[in-house]
Design a protein around this ligand. Structure first.
Ligand SMILES: [Zn+2]
Length: 154
């Protein structure tokens, strides 16, 4: 990490605030976003986000953990996917359909490689829409941060 300057996602936010995230790339869906890549619009840091818990399904409120990724992670994923479909921001849930099985496997392995770089969870957010409003955000406590956030093997 060359840029250690503090930003929105390095501090606690106990009250609802407008989301600082300008790119949400959804890679897993379960009645809503389950996991993917997310970028802060201010500092351009990129994180892996993963559904941790359901807070209130009636309101669509979910708890997500964010783990830092290299800054070019979203760009690399978008570059691979945009050969087959058009990105849509601030939130994009690409349809995982490719002309051939080989192309799908190529994209899958690229995405797996990107996600494998995720560090420990540094921020936990409650939200019904990652790109619009964050209800609450807490920096991850140390014992939580000690657990590496890696995607489960598919
Ligand atoms: Zn930021």
């Amino acid at each position: 990490m060359s840029d250690e300057s503090p930003c929105w996602e390095n501090t606690n936010h106990p009250l609802p605030e407008r989301s600082p995230f300008d790119q949400v790339l959804i890679l897993g869906w379960y009645d809503g976003p389950e996991e993917g890549l997310i970028r802060c619009g201010k500092c351009k840091r990129v994180y892996f986000f993963k559904l941790l818990d359901f807070v209130n399904e009636d309101e669509g409120l979910r708890l997500f953990g964010l783990a830092p990724l290299p800054a070019d992670s979203i760009d690399r994923a978008v570059q691979a996917l945009s050969q087959y479909m058009s990105p849509k921001w601030p939130m994009w849930a690409p349809i995982w359909q490719f002309p051939t099985e080989a192309e799908r496997e190529t994209v899958d392995s690229l995405i797996d490689g990107i996600l494998s770089k995720a560090g420990p969870t540094t921020l936990v957010v409650t939200t019904s829409n990652l790109a619009e409003v964050i209800q609450e955000a807490k920096t991850a406590p140390d014992e939580h941060a000690a657990q590496p956030a890696v995607r489960e093997a598919v």
